[in-house]
Design a protein around this ligand. Structure first.
Ligand code: AHR
Length: 512
């Protein structure tokens, strides 16, 4: 097939809002083998660990500079009572994890283990509090236990359990999916509860908490609207008398229905495009939820937190249906890159996002073998790594001019070239996703406003659309240097093969 051409126009001297590094956030739930076997192997495991936490997982995630980790759920969070997870492990009470496999949870991974994990990762803690079945007092005491420095009752209890210094907990969630597993609440009911619970998530010892109320699923704009109304006036000069600072949004990508979501690896070309079209739907969701938020909060003081996103496929054959273990292919990588383009474009409102989930569950960065313990980095992991330069960078508009690079999918036009860009100091980074299953593209980067004095590029692709990594072939889908990049009168020109992800690093001349 002859190569088609496209152009991406970027004004390097017209900076937009900052892309928070927190949109590269993560999520770890007590679900399947995410915590147990994934992050936590226990102190007696032959797998090298620090106090029970897997060191190979820590090392892989540190390389991504993961900014935050959400825990303990998900649906599990609204069943979780934090006092069950402190004190000597052998004495901790057990509970049933009714959402995920109906297994017995022994609570050996609790508050201290999670905070130790965050310290090892160098990541901020995002604790998801229980509104569905917990009490206001319980939530209030948890934040006191975590963050208070003096001899308050909860600080004393923490010391009794071996931790003297308070931890920092910058992010705290008020419930999860309150419209569903988090209590099946009506939004009016939940909005009142969120105001009440957040009042008692206090700032102790200089720990400023960013409180995030459980938000909408998909296109439930009514949910967002009622939560926004519940703030009261937000446009005054004094700032909001805000009970909480952010509201969340959940959206998952699948090609089928909730009953039959599609296979992670055995998919047709049509399902490739359908998944990428549905991933692209995130942009519309962000636009429309932001529009609702703008009506009540024109100064964008309230953050939108996409604290669950990613692909959700049928579980791998032979695995526990309640454990949500799925393979991860090049298609998942491009689903991720398309999401990041959307998050970058909406950097003015989207303050955080958390892919679901980090290890062994849904669109994971890392898969571990339950028998051998072998660890595999997924194609999605590599997109996070290739995009690290966007963390806390200033967004730049990237205008794609690609005549003919569209395809009708699911009643919409799918743009087959997706792009975003950012700048930091004397560097800029461009991300390019060629979503076309078969068509290579020569892309001209039309770079305006600043001189480009140096450049390099990386590519992630595979011979097959369903290419993925396994313990036997851990590098089947891994980034490599892209050699096919050269100067062009408008800036740079590069060859972007079909079904590939490319990042371009630019070194910029002095700012005029
Ligand atoms: O990520 C898996 C589950 O998906 C979470 O527990 C829940 O919040 C969502 O429905």
């Amino acid at each position: 097939m002859p190569t088609e051409s496209a152009r991406v126009v970027i004004d390097l001297d017209l900076p937009g809002p900052t892309i928070s590094r927190h949109v590269y956030g993560h999520f770890a739930e007590h679900l399947g083998r995410c915590i147990y076997g994934g992050f936590w192997v226990g102190e007696d495991s032959p797998i090298p660990n620090a106090g029970g936490i897997r060191l190979d997982v820590v090392e892989a995630l540190r390389a991504l500079q993961i900014p935050n980790l959400r825990w303990p759920g998900g649906c599990f969070a609204d069943d979780y009572h934090w006092r069950d997870g402190i004190g000597p492990r052998a004495e901790r009470p057990r509970m049933v994890n009714s959402h995920w496999g109906d297994v017995v949870e022994d609570n050996s991974f609790g508050t201290h283990e999670f905070m130790a994990l965050c310290e090892l990762l160098g990541a901020d803690a995002y604790i998801s509090g229980n509104v569905g079945s917990g009490t206001v007092a319980e939530m209030s005491e948890w934040i006191e236990y975590l963050t208070r420095a003096d001899d308050s009752p909860m600080a004393a209890l923490r010391r009794q359990n071996g931790r003297d210094e308070p931890w920092k907990v910058p992010f705290f969630g008020l419930g999860n999916e309150a419209w569903g597993c988090g209590g099946n609440l009506r939004v009016e009911q939940f909005a009142s509860l969120a105001r009440q619970y957040s009042t008692y998530v206090r700032n102790h010892a200089g720990n400023d908490v960013y409180r995030i109320a459980a938000g909408a699923s998909d296109a439930d704009y009514h949910w967002t609207e009622v939560l926004m109304k519940s703030f009261g006036p937000l446009d005054g000069a004094d700032g909001p008398a805000a009970p909480f600072q952010g509201i969340s949004l959940h959206y998952y990508t699948m090609t089928g229905s909730w009953e039959d979501k599609g296979s992670a690896t055995a998919f047709t070309d049509d399902e490739w495009y359908l998944a990428l079209s549905r991933a692209g739907h995130m942009d519309e969701l962000l636009t429309r939820h932001s529009t609702v938020m703008d009506r009540y909060d024109p100064n964008k003081r309230v953050g939108l937190v996409v604290d669950e996103w990613g692909t959700w496929w049928n579980v791998e054959p032979g695995t526990n249906p309640g454990f949500l273990y799925q393979q991860n292919t090049l298609r998942d990588a491009l689903v991720a890159s398309v999401h990041f383009d959307a998050f970058h474009r909406h950097a003015d409102r989207v303050v955080m996002a958390n892919i679901a989930q980090t290890v062994n569950v849904l669109q994971a960065m890392i898969l571990t073998d339950p028998d051998t313990g072998a660890l595999v980095l997924t194609p999605t992991y590599h997109v996070f790594a290739m995009n690290a330069a966007h963390h806390d960078a200033t967004s730049l508009a990237a205008h794609v001019v690609a005549p003919g690079a569209t395809r009708a999918v699911d009643g919409k036009e799918l743009q087959l070239l997706s792009a975003s860009a950012s700048t930091k100091g004397s560097t800029a980074h461009v991300s390019l996703s060629n979503l076309d299953a078969a068509q290579d593209r020569t892309v001209v980067l039309d770079l305006r406003g600043r001189d480009v004095v140096g450049f390099s590029a990386q590519i992630l692709t595979a011979p097959e659309l369903h290419g993925h990594n396994t313990p036997e072939q851990p590098e089947a889908v891994a980034p490599r240097k892209l050699e096919e990049i050269r100067r062009h009168p408008r800036g740079l020109e590069l060859d972007v093969p079909a079904h590939s992800y490319v990042t371009v690093a630019l070194e910029l001349g002095a700012d005029d």
